[in-house]
Ligand binder design. Sequence first.
Ligand SMILES: Cc1cc2nc3c(=O)[nH]c(=O)nc-3n(C[C@H](O)[C@H](O)[C@H](O)COP(=O)(O)OP(=O)(O)OC[C@H]3O[C@@H](n4cnc5c(N)ncnc54)[C@H](O)[C@@H]3O)c2cc1C
Length: 386
Amino acid sequence: MNTYDAVIVGARAAGAATAQLLARHGLSVLLLDRGQYGADTLSTHALMRGGVLQLSRWGLLDEVIAAGTPPVRRTTFRYANDTVPITIKPSYGVDALYAPRRTVLDPILVDAAVYAGVKVRYGVAVTGVRRDLRGTVTGIVGRARDGSVFEAKARIVVGADGIRSTIAECVGAPFERVGQSTAAVTYGYWSALETDGYEWNYRPNAASGVLPTNGGQACVFASATPRRVGRGGIEVLTKIVAESSPDLARRLAEAAPPSSLKTFTGLRGYLRRSWGAGWALVGDAGYFKDPLSAHGLTDALRDAELLANAIVDGSPEAVADYQATRDALSTKLFDVMDVVAGHGWTDEEIPGLLLQLNAAMADEVDAIDALPVPPPHPLYASTPRC
Ligand SMILES: Cc1cc2nc3c(=O)[nH]c(=O)nc-3n(C[C@H](O)[C@H](O)[C@H](O)COP(=O)(O)OP(=O)(O)OC[C@H]3O[C@@H](n4cnc5c(N)ncnc54)[C@H](O)[C@@H]3O)c2cc1C
């Protein structure tokens, strides 16, 4: 059985990013996923400034742009009686936002991990952790696609395995915060939709938006209470869009609709304890908030770097500090999102809530910018774009 400095379970935003950073620091890393390379997942994909900044700092933003991801230079918020267009100002070396499909972003992160020296195995479903006599986690056990048992030993096992994290369950990671609200979201990809950037529309129990993405398509989503969204679909989306923005409804009617939509039926936000003897959690495995925040990917990339730095440091205090920093940077956004996801706000209240959200994001970008630049990637330039 091979022994690694780190075994990471989950090869998407959080796991692949953590893996490539650890490998850049010279650690031996095994990255496992039960799925397939390049497969899509249930997620829209708007990156906020912090996420774009991370890709830029790691030298990977050019890959995202080369994949034909359109730059987003304007964000428009629409409320009951107000439309607020905001131009994305260049700062921290970021002059545009991007919403790459997960079929684009996740392989870029995995490739970066492979080129940095990470060993990647798909088709391995991890089912448990191994511990020593003191209870310290020392490795994982799982099953490969051919039914064979798969085992690996590691100094640290990282659960980057998403909202139903097996690693979090196996180590008994307690929920330290659980939100009150759940929203549901239904979304799909329109072609030939007239749009000039991110769009976010907010009316009581009817939020919607547009995220321009690869292949000349735009992801259009609608969010409301789970009761209202139900199983989702185009009729539900069209009604919610018509209520939240008649202007977007008109443009949707002129565009080419998708043949099917995807629907997320909702989950309350949480923060889980994310470290212990021989283990850590990163990404949705340890911290989840409603998708209407459009912030899970940005947080996953941020926390990947915080965790990688802590693992490289190697002391238990550093891993504890990782969680403390994550929580300090997340709590404001988590609390506001819990209110927004409740869909119980009024037309008068929502602009103020979004201002609070925006302030929380600004703090995060400052914190990312202050992180030490990781060692250069063997293949990609790590100089931030200016
Ligand atoms: C509907 C929806 C819309 C969203 N929209 C946005 C958005 O616009 N912007 C944004 O920033 N965020 C958005 N999010 C949030 C975002 O999708 C997540 O925050 C992000 O995917 C977290 O990445 P992750 O790597 O932690 O987990 P995931 O992307 O969930 O990846 C986990 C990986 O672990 C693997 N795995 C799980 N269990 C095992 C196991 N036992 N063994 C082996 N492998 C395993 C899975 O196969 C998967 O590949 C949205 C979420 C949803 C549900």
